[in-house]
Design a protein around this ligand. Sequence first.
Ligand SMILES: [Zn+2]
Length: 380
Amino acid sequence: MLLESGLELCPGELVWDATGTITALRRPRGPIADLCVLPGLVNAHTHLQIEPVDAPRVFLPWVRAVIAARLATSPAAMDAATRTAARQLLAEGVTAVGEIDSTGRTPRALAGTGLAGRCYQELTGFHLDASASRKLVRDRRGDAVSGLLAGLSPHAPYSVSPALFQAAAKATRHLAIHCAELPEEQQFLREGTGPFADLLRNLGRLPAGFRAPRVGAVRWLERLGVLRPGTQLVHCQELERGDLARIAASGAGIAVCPGTIAWFSRTPPPVPKWLAAGIDVALGTDSRASSDAFSLRAELRAAARFWPELSPQQLFTMATVAGGRTLGRPRLGRLVRGGRADFLCVTARSDRALAHLEPFVHGELAVARVFAAGHEVSRS
Ligand SMILES: [Zn+2]
């Protein structure tokens, strides 16, 4: 049994109570099965409601296609899509997610699936002033449902007004923000020009007298007071000089999505440097609209390819406990007394659990069974 990436208990026995909470991790007292138990995976950033779309792999046309598809989808179809995506993730051993919910429907759609993590209610509105922002945050504040705790996702610096960022930051410690994803985003913030300025103007969302903040995304978020512990920054493709130290000092974490990097043919950012700076870096699938596989195990394989200098332990940490930490759920993605009994089983290849990490991150070991809060949720 692997308790977390560097810590094993072999042979081991895992005991949990009726609430699905681990009560003991110990040497076995009875016969043992020939299985290797690993902690459940944490998909730190996803949009379960979004289905694949037929769109060019260019960001702005792609966003327009995703929004159009969302508007054309009925609430019932969206709930069905959410559950389909959840089942797909559970079957490969994902037991927790950082979900961006655009409609407020995800927590109920996921009730009973066993998925834990955090459900961030998405906020957009580049045109919103303080009172409109407070009202939107009040209306969109989600409730925790079973294992999914609530958070807010002010979408991105090019789609959220300063007042809306501040209203969200006041309402919760737990924020997820798409940050420094594109050169055009940095251009918009630095100069107030480019495709995002045009888009906002066309939508009637660029306030009269708008002035660009004249700093990049990370410094802008810092100035707004949202670069802080409990904030998960998503993507960070286009960090500028000094941003790495700024993020490391702030206590914010980062979620990267290798499948999205590959989808848009982007250059992988320097994740090993981020880890060396002490930042929690987690893996996410993003949505099915920007992922060929929609699989956290595929993200792990891609991460191993993009950043070959990372050890299997570092990669596995990104897919488990680092995900939990960026969601403000530090007990997820590891097997620990008092934590949830979320785990997966693979056929044992060795009597050392640690020996399974390398083949697992390279996609070689099939997941045989998956348990969430002590209940079996998938068996192959
Ligand atoms: Zn996203």
